[in-house]
Each structure stands twice: as structure tokens, then as C-alpha cells.
Design a protein around this ligand. Sequence first.
Ligand code: TXA
Ligand code: MG
Length: 315
Amino acid sequence: MKKTIYKASNVNINKAVDILNESGVIAFPTETVYGLGGDASCESSIKKIYIIKNRPLHNPLIIHVASLEEAKMIGKLNNTAMKMAKAFWPGPLTLLVEKKRNNGITPAATSNLDSIAIRVPSNPIILKILNTFGKPIAAPSANLSGTVSATNASHVFDDFGDDIEMILDGDKCAHGIESTIVDVRSENIQILREGAITKDQIFKITKLQLDAYDGHKILSPGQLKKHYSPKARVRINVKRPNADEYFITFGEKNNNNHINTINLSSTGDMHKFAHRLYACLRDLDSMNIKKIAISPIPHQGIGRAINDRIKRASK
Ligand code: TXA
Ligand code: MG
């Protein structure tokens, strides 16, 4: 019995806020992936998140707030940050900015760094939780560290069972891939993690050339080479899958008459592909499938984020 999954009714959202007020940890949908959240000002709540997720303490959490005004209370938003926040919040963009002193966020949530990653989500359930709670919520993705993010409530339950007091069920996540993280602390803005907002969308707003992240410094541990990994072995850029592989593809012509083919978007819509990918990888794991092959993904738009994740999944 999945007794920790609750419908996201007003009554249950209020219960979730009670849990947060008692230093507990809850899971909730966002428009990207499910989050595992706790009171960002409370050290014991944050410690629980790290333990439940088996996450290394040096990997800081994203701080979720209800509005730009709240974001300004915890981080220093320069002109570029303001421009981007106004264009993309609420939404799947995380801004890495300088932390404000005495901002009330426990240093444990940001791994004692001087920077802070902030996002205002657009999913109505997490927004309602944030507004009712009235304080920032620190939340990593709701999956065991290093594995594929959860895009529905059952995935969260599969990873954590009853370790979390409450999982609010908000159906599937709209994007199904994590937020884009951009370091906007200097003029040389850098995408630290490709995600639901594309590089082209950001360029249109900022007109600033985005520096490619060179991967030398592990600034954002989501950039670890192996991450987002299912149990199965994953091969990428595959045109001809082997007989024993499940083949994940898109479009009309990519089937190759391969028997175990999963077409994530027959029209070739890569947003749909991204939206379904994590659930597909998790489903194949639950079927105990050992080998997965994935078609070449065009490296543009959301395809850049997909390529980033499947490359790490294949390590
Ligand atoms: O879409 C998302 O961003 C989801 C939802 C729940 O909001 N959250 C998410 O969190 O993906 P997580 O913890 O799985 O990934 C956050 C990434 C990590 O790679 C972390 O290292 C990086 O953000 N990060 C957070 N704070 C940082 C900081 N101060 N400096 C550098 N990287 C930071
Ligand atoms: Mg994660």
C-alpha cells in the first residue's frame, strides 16, 4: 500500500505545511520534476533531506521561493539576474547568485557556500505550499542520489517508500526534466546545467553570450560525469540497436523494425520526448530490462538538456 501518497487537496497541502513546520520532509510536484523539500531555515530538516536521499553534504540544494521579492531577500540579484527572473519566473529556471548575509537560510542547505541557487516554480501545488508556509523551501529532486529524477508520485514512492511522511500527488510534471541552472554572478553568465529553459531562450532575453561550462571545476555536482542513471546499461547515439536492447527513439522513420522499440514522440516533438524520458527509463528498470539504446538526439533546443542527461546516464 502506498500509504504516503496523498491527493494534493487543500486539506493535505495544509498537512504538508504542518510537517514542514515540524522540521519534517515532504515530496511535491513541480513543473520540472518532483522535489523533496524541507524548511530552508532549519538545519535538522535539511539534514534529513541529505540522509534520506543519500546525498553528499557538499552538494548544495536549490532554494525555492514564492516570488521574486522573496528571492531578493535571500540572494543578491544583479541586473542580469533581474532581467532573467522577470522573463522566466515563475518557471523552470534556477539562478545562481551571491548569497545575502544573514538571510535566514541554514548554511547546511547551501553547503556553506557564498552562493545560493534560487528558483520560483510555476506548478500551482508547490506555489501553494510555498505561499502557505511563507518561508523558503530547500528541495533537491525527489530521487535517490545519482539516479533518474522522479516525474510522478509513484516514482518518488519507489525510491523512498515510507521514509517521507507525505508525497503530494500532482500527476505528471509538465516538463519532466530539471530546471536550467545559470550562474549570473558576473557578466560571463554560464549555464551550469542545461534544462527546461533553452540556451536560445536565455540569449533572446539577455543578449549575452553564454559561456559553455567547461566541466573542469565541479561547480554544480549535477554535472558529475555519472548521474541521472538507471540500473540498465545505456548506449547513446545508436542508429541500429542490438537484438537484446530496448530502443528508445522518436519520429516516424526511426523504428528500424526493431522489436522492442519505444517511440517517445512519433511526431518528433523533443519536448514530449524529454517529458516522457525519465518515466520510460524507470519503467524499463522496473521491468528488469538490462540494456537500453537511445537514438541520436539533435543537439539543439531542449535536445541539449536531453543529450546532457543521457550522456551521464550512459557512463
Ligand atoms: O528542476 C529542478 O531544479 C528540481 C526541482 C525540484 O526544483 N531540483 C533539482 O535539484 O534538480 P537537484 O538538487 O537535483 O539539483 C540541483 C543542482 C545540483 O547539481 C546542485 O549541485 C546545484 O543545483 N546547486 C545548488 N546550489 C548550488 C550552488 N550554490 N552552487 C553551485 N551549484 C548549486
Ligand atoms: Mg537531482
